[in-house]
Ligand binder design. Structure first.
Ligand SMILES: Cc1cc2nc3c(=O)[nH]c(=O)nc-3n(C[C@H](O)[C@H](O)[C@H](O)COP(=O)(O)OP(=O)(O)OC[C@H]3O[C@@H](n4cnc5c(N)ncnc54)[C@H](O)[C@@H]3O)c2cc1C
Length: 376
């Protein structure tokens, strides 16, 4: 059996092995299975950087997460192609007028929705929670669901417990910048770009250090409503501010830059899966406070949405998509790991929950032991 097949078998038997591989960075697994440096640096790492926007932390992304992107029938982004690795052109579409969501949702729910009032101070006293905005105006709530980043939570919340402070501090971030531009010369200089083939994604690997990667997109081909409009609009992402001396950002012609946007990107390193994801269940609910947002698992729109529904379910809002088998399965999977309980009715038995807890503890123990032995 070839090593690709062995690896696929290991990952496909997820129930047994995933809990083990989740602690192994992708580059370590590929090295252990003796994949070539070219395959690792020129194929796998650029692809993972593209999926997760992980910059120079890419080699440390958990191998189990990478496997899910290829092998999980429910989460798979692309089919594995034995010749090209990935050969599909995804069908992309954009929701028209998505911004209207901020007017439509408040109208549809009973309750007050406040916009443009960033929270500056959170105080949890007794059973009440006081949130003060940037104008010094306060509101009092029974429950609090944080849907911002942990760095902000740590900054604005008074009286966090030791465990809350410790666990939220385990979510790590990096600074990246995205440049939207129309500089076709820049693209031709750094990428093997073929307009006729309608290539969407481009990855540039640093020749001196192949683990350092820039990524670009042809946004025109991404968006059906821009189909064949010229000039082509590109997006180039430069990852990790600490590496900016190696960036080629200054070579993009100033007059051709449409937007430059900095963003903080969470790390998907194995530590995120060891020190944050399985542990956060112990702070979800402390002082009537819950945590939502994609950093509670992996950085995708789906997880961001599921995380909000799960936090709402913790304060008695019924899960609205129980009729959809896949949605319910993903929601229950997320809820169990992140909140330590299954939040839809009629699925959880005490025995199942107990077995799962034991499974997680044993998996964590074995994973740590093996990892420490390997990293010694
Ligand atoms: C360039 C790029 C490309 C991406 N591509 C994809 C993709 O193709 N597919 C995919 O699934 N995901 C993609 N993602 C990831 C996806 O965008 C995120 O996972 C998702 O937006 C996270 O949503 P969220 O609600 O968890 O966090 P955010 O959207 O970051 O929302 C957090 C909110 O908290 C607010 N906030 C912060 N501080 C405060 C405060 N003090 N008071 C009140 N509010 C506050 C912020 O203003 C922000 O609106 C991409 C991300 C980037 C940057």
């Amino acid at each position: 059996m070839g090593k690709e097949r062995i690896l696929e078998q290991l990952f496909t038997n997820r129930a047994i092995f995933e809990i083990f591989f989740v602690f192994f960075p992708i580059f370590k697994v590929l090295k252990i299975f003796r994949f070539s440096d070219d395959f690792i640096n020129l194929m796998v790492l650029p692809l993972v950087a593209l999926f997760f926007g992980t910059g120079n932390r890419t080699p440390f992304v958990s191998s189990a997460v990478v496997a899910r992107v290829f092998l999980d029938p429910d989460l798979r982004l692309f089919d594995y192609d034995p010749d090209c690795m990935i050969s599909e052109q995804p069908q992309m579409f954009v929701f028209p007028k998505l911004g209207e969501i901020y007017q439509v949702i408040p109208k549809a729910i009973q309750g007050k929705v406040f916009l443009n009032r960033p929270a500056q101070k959170v105080e949890r006293k007794g059973k009440k929670i006081k949130v003060t905005d940037d104008q010094g105006k306060s509101e009092v709530f029974d429950y609090l669901i944080f849907a911002c980043d942990p760095e902000t939570i740590l900054k604005i919340t008074k009286g966090l417990t030791w465990l809350e402070r410790k666990l939220l501090g385990n979510v790590k971030y990096f600074d990246d910048v995205t440049v939207a531009h129309t500089d076709e010369d820049y693209m031709k200089k750094y990428y093997d770009i073929d307009m006729k083939n309608r290539d969407l994604h481009f990855v540039k690997t640093d020749e001196k250090d192949p683990k350092k990667i820039d990524i670009s997109f042809n946004l025109t081909f991404y968006q059906p409503q821009l189909k064949d409009k010229k000039p082509y609009v590109f997006q180039t992402i430069f990852l990790n501010k600490e590496d900016q001396d190696k960036w080629t950002k200054n070579e993009i012609k100033k007059g051709k830059i449409q937007l430059e946007k900095w963003w903080r990107q969470m790390s998907h390193a194995w530590t995120h899966f060891a020190k944050w994801i399985p542990c956060q269940r112990f702070i979800q609910g402390t002082k009537s406070t819950f945590y939502a947002r994609s950093y509670t698992w992996v950085n995708t729109h789906e997880i961001a949405t599921i995380s909000g529904l799960a936090a709402a379910a913790r304060i008695e809002a019924p899960y609205p998509f129980g009729y959809d088998k896949l949605a319910k399965k993903q929601f229950n999977g997320y809820s169990f790991v992140v909140h330590g309980k299954i939040l839809t009715k009629g699925t959880a038995s005490m025995l199942l929950t107990l077995c799962n807890v034991l499974f997680v503890i044993v998996g964590l123990y074995i994973g740590f032991k093996v990892l420490h032995a390997l990293l010694k």
